[in-house]
Design a protein around this ligand. Structure first.
Ligand SMILES: CCCCCCCC/C=C\CCCC(=O)SCCNC(=O)CCNC(=O)[C@H](O)C(C)(C)COP(=O)(O)OP(=O)(O)OC[C@H]1O[C@@H](n2cnc3c(N)ncnc32)[C@H](O)[C@@H]1OP(=O)(O)O
Ligand SMILES: Cc1cc2nc3c(=O)[nH]c(=O)nc-3n(C[C@H](O)[C@H](O)[C@H](O)COP(=O)(O)OP(=O)(O)OC[C@H]3O[C@@H](n4cnc5c(N)ncnc54)[C@H](O)[C@@H]3O)c2cc1C
Length: 664
């Protein structure tokens, strides 16, 4: 049968070159080609089928994930895929698995915190998957407060070993992905004790299970922590619990790049800052920002396509009803999310650059940009994951009732995504890290110290603290200088107000604690400024292709002005803009929605997602939603029989009883 593109009329309206936008979205032609090839490879292989996840039991689900992970590895080896291709392939398999932690945290922890000899020994095994590792930091009693971890690693000079021990119930490792059922090894974080002295938290490589029969090694108790939120979803992952009972490991299994313990039991702190023990978290937070753009763009792709297919009300003379995407309220909820997906993509690209830059500097023992890298990764991880989790849920609502069906793909996407607001640092805790960094920076204002990087704008404090916006027309709100000034002034004024209020407290710690809700808002304002400014930088760079710049300018305007609208109270109360200018911003926003409307479907096509990856009937490329939804309903196991199991036991007797009562 001939395939019909129900969205062809939408695609024909596009005013830009979609193929060129695909390259911009991917980051480069090379990145696009790799991504495109890997997504097709996965989509065309029935072994990677994923449409049955919601109906599997936990055990079936988990075994299925093990099968897919093994098969993915087989294909990676057979096809001699590069690291970049392999990681894209795993991404498109789209199923959380122990391999995420092996490649995403275990390997980077050893790379970042291990010595050359440790790299030689452990990375060689890990790269071939001859050992499988996880990242075991969090405990039952402490996650956010890493310095509060209780597991101990006591040096025994007689045997030249560390004794790893869980002294309390709350010191049980709890949550690490891959730990519960699969990992043979872990990088664990424990307090280093030498001669009774506590040297704080350090990383150690510990073997957990036998490489022969997979049983836990002596002294190790290990298991899965149980079902998590949602059907399918993150339950493909074996988040685990782990207790140590005086487990011995050789001294050379402490990760010794940051500090060392000698044969004699001497603790040696190198020039490298202690905070590098937290380095893996900086790396992963940076990857989480790019992942946010992937998750949000996926939900937005579903909601945009479905909003163009769905019609309600407004039929004139028996003609078709209105496409719901034409309702201004739908646009005002949907287009800021579309714009955010692009914004997070570009800020993620920049953050990757920042991370690579700081890594190069660290290798050359230059540590000055580490605090900024920490603040940016922490803050942007927090900002983008919060917005993405909320955005996925909004997309579900934008799809009305059908969005609540598993076959829309949105419930599972939400359930898989929402822990990103907690893992790798609770989002509020991370904002407070940014706030600390901001308070330090504000305290340096006027000291003559040159501010660089993302706080460079504070250098113009004198102007930004007293300026009022020069915006006179709605059109002015498209000028980057006006947008930037408003966002800079708001961020700086919120931070300076916090600093002033903290200084009134009996001591800075008490002040910080009292002001923490305001500090978190100041941190959000600073992070939003970063996203807006990186979007503007992107547009001002090399963008080739018909109509691309215009579309990106419109999206950038929508991102910035919808934030201005959402946080209007802050922009007005800090005196950065006037109510009249706020009204002009809203006027501009409305015209930008109208500009994006004919391009909306093409703008989500530019994500280049296969139907397999989207996993959504509502978001199908061809828009053929209704027949497929109808077809899918009949596949539900509940429809295997006409009369359901349980009818004769529980329904029939009720009906009979009512018949008897009726006769009486
Ligand atoms: C392609 C691969 C993708 C892989 C993706 C895999 C994803 C898989 C999915 C899930 C995995 C989830 C894994 C996890 O969740 S692992 C556990 C994560 N845990 C956390 O994030 C804990 C959060 N807590 C902390 O980070 C810290 O405890 C803290 C909140 C920062 C506080 O720490 P501490 O008490 O030591 O710090 P202070 O506030 O006193 O700060 C001391 C100074 O250190 C600086 N600092 C803090 N952290 C860092 C850092 N990471 N890097 C650099 N510097 C840091 C801080 O700013 C202070 O500096 P100052 O100059 O002010 O003294
Ligand atoms: C799906 C998933 C996967 C995970 N994978 C791993 C893994 O692989 N390895 C690993 O080691 N860990 C892992 N974790 C653990 C995760 O990193 C922690 O749960 C996370 O860091 C949050 O810490 P917490 O649970 O202690 O939260 P808590 O700190 O107990 O947070 C509870 C509440 O207290 C608030 N709060 C806490 N401290 C402060 C403060 N100072 N100021 C203001 N408010 C505060 C928080 O905002 C939050 O609202 C995973 C967690 C999840 C959910």
């Amino acid at each position: 049968m001939e395939e019909v593109d129900h969205l062809a009329h939408e695609r024909n309206k596009a005013q830009f070159d979609v193929e060129a936008m695909k390259i911009v979205w991917a980051g480069s032609r090379h990145a696009f080609e790799v991504s495109d090839r890997m997504s097709r490879l996965v989509a065309s292989d029935p072994a990677f089928r994923k449409d049955n996840r919601a109906t599997l039991s936990r055990k079936e689900l988990f075994k299925n994930t093990l099968r897919k992970a093994a098969y993915a590895w087989k294909r990676i080896v057979e096809l001699h895929l590069s690291e970049e291709e392999a990681s894209k392939l795993r991404f498109f398999v789209d199923e959380p698995a122990y391999t995420d932690l092996h490649w995403g945290m275990f390997v980077p922890a050893i790379k970042g915190q291990g010595t050359d000899e440790q790299h030689q020994k452990w990375l060689t095994l890990a790269y071939k998957m001859q050992i499988i590792g996880c990242y075991a930091q969090t405990e039952l009693g402490h996650g956010s407060n890493v310095q509060g971890l209780e597991t101990t690693a006591t040096f025994d000079p007689k045997s030249d070993e560390f004794i790893i021990h869980s002294p309390t119930l709350t010191s049980s490792k709890w949550w690490p992905g891959g730990l519960g059922k699969v990992s043979t090894h872990a990088v664990i974080y424990a307090r280093l004790i030498i001669d009774g002295r506590d040297h704080g938290v350090h990383g150690f490589i510990v073997q957990l299970r036998s490489l022969d029969d997979h049983l836990p090694l002596p002294g190790i108790t290990i298991g899965d922590i149980g079902m998590k939120f949602g059907n399918g979803a993150y339950n493909t992952m074996d988040n685990g619990v782990l207790q140590f009972n005086h487990v011995r490991i050789p001294r050379n299994q402490m990760l010794m790049r940051v500090s060392q313990v000698t044969r004699e039991g001497k603790y040696v702190q190198s020039d490298v800052p202690r905070q590098l023990v937290y380095g893996t978290m900086v790396y992963v937070r940076q990857t989480i920002v790019s992942d946010a753009s992937s998750a949000l763009s996926r939900a937005v792709c579903v909601a945009v396509r479905y909003s163009a297919v769905r019609r309600q009300f407004g039929s004139q003379d028996g003609g078709p009803e209105t496409q719901v995407i034409d309702y201004k309220t739908q646009q005002s909820r949907l287009f800021p999310l579309l714009a955010s997906a692009y914004a997070f993509r570009f800020v993620g690209e920049w953050l990757k650059w920042l991370y690579m830059d700081v890594t190069k500097r660290l290798q050359a023992n230059e540590f000055s940009t580490l605090p900024e890298a920490h603040a940016c990764t922490a803050g942007l991880k927090s900002l983008t994951t919060t917005a993405t989790a909320d955005g996925i849920e909004e997309c579900r609502k934008l799809c009305g009732g059908h969005g609540y069906l598993c076959s829309s793909g949105l419930p599972e996407l939400f359930a898989v995504y929402v822990p990103a607001c907690t893992y790798e640092g609770d989002n509020t805790v991370l904002l407070l890290q940014v706030a600390r960094f901001l308070m330090k920076t504000v305290s340096q204002l006027g000291s003559g110290k040159q501010l660089v990087g993302t706080t460079a704008y504070m250098q113009r404090a004198e102007h930004l603290m007293q300026c009022t916006s020069d915006v006179r027309s709605a059109e002015d709100w498209l000028k980057p200088s006006f947008i930037l000034e408003a966002f800079e002034a708001r961020a700086l004024r919120l931070a300076v107000t916090c600093a002033k209020n903290i200084s009134k407290a009996p001591n800075p710690e008490e002040g910080f604690s009292q002001l923490s809700p305001d500090l978190a808002e100041a941190a959000v304002a600073h992070c939003q400024l970063i996203v807006v400014s990186k979007f503007i930088d992107k547009i001002q760079g090399d963008i080739d292709g018909m109509g691309l710049k215009e579309q990106l300018q419109a999206l950038c305007g929508i991102y910035a002005l919808s934030l201005l609208h959402k946080h209007l109270g802050e922009f007005l109360s800090t005196g950065c803009i006037t109510p009249k200018q706020a009204a002009l911003a809203n006027e501009k926003l409305r015209s930008l929605y109208a500009k994006v409307r004919p391009n909306a479907v093409a703008l989500v096509d530019a994500f280049n997602y296969t139907d397999h990856f989207l996993g959504s009937i509502l978001g199908r490329y061809d828009g053929n939603v209704y027949p497929k939804l109808y077809e899918e309903a009949w596949k539900d196991p509940l429809n295997d029989s006409v009369v359901p199991d349980g009818y004769h036991e529980y329904v029939r007797p009720l009906l009979k009883q009512q018949l008897r009562t009726a006769k009486l």
